[in-house]
Design a protein around this ligand. Sequence first.
Ligand SMILES: O=C(O)CCc1cccc(O)c1O
Ligand SMILES: [Fe+2]
Length: 313
Amino acid sequence: MKALLQCLSHSPLVGHVDPEPSVLNEVNRVIRHSRERVNAFDPELILLFSPDHYNGFFYDIMPSFCIGTSAYAIGDFGTAAGHLKVPAKLSEDAVQYVMDAGVDVALSHKMQVDHGFAQPLEFLVGHLDQVPVIPVFINSVAVPLPSFQRARLLGDALGRYLATLNKRVLIIGSGGLSHQPPVPELATADSRIQERLLGSGRNLPTEERQARTQRVIDAAHRFVDNQNTLHPLNPEWDQWFLERIATGDLMSLDNVSNQDVSDKAGKSTHEVKNWVAAAAAMAAFGPYQEESRYYRPIPEWIAGYGALTAVPA
Ligand SMILES: O=C(O)CCc1cccc(O)c1O
Ligand SMILES: [Fe+2]
């Protein structure tokens, strides 16, 4: 087997605001099962699609997509900090391949990433530097956003690139599903936060980092008490989306409009484009089939929380 697809929601609230033990145990079993699956597959290379939450990408220059030849995780919310093990030459070749395929992806020789990248690596392989990983950023919060179709085409091009390498590749899509945590927006932020979104947030002083973390934690507690304090989770939308990914029905997602997703499922739901890109990359190896699926709305984590594993058909 040449490729394994693992899509997984992330939330930095894991360990900070947890659901009741029965739910937490259930999710931990799902994650453990996925980790065992990954371990059995024994990947030689990981292709990791993830968003960022104004920790590494800002409005000074905001690309739709970016591939890193080197990446450093900041360790927000207590997630793993440090350098990812990035195969620089393969990442750079991937950029060229994707450009030749018609998707003008950005490149970073010094990519700063957050829990979106670190959490799935921790959960699925244990460490940031365990297995070589090509990190791919998809802008999922800073409007204007790329479309579902472009995310699919990015994934397809990267999948075709990977298929030339003749390696066992684990393809990870990190993020989603329906959710809208309190991420600031440039249009409505006060001038201090605007400065942050324009780039000064790249290296937040400790107290500001703590305040930012606490603000999200407080919002999660309020959301658990009253699910109208943020955009409600949307299990129906999530299930519909999961079915599209599970069945490889990716083209039909091309017609999903960004406005519709924000309205129905919340503004951070665009993170699911990382699942779309990952699934498209998997499909470049040939037809795939779902192996396992999990879903549960978890207000404590401000997340429609899902996991989906697929293997070649
Ligand atoms: O870092 C932030 O400010 C937002 C964090 C955040 C919260 C809940 C679910 C997520 O998927 C997420 O990324
Ligand atoms: Fe996120």
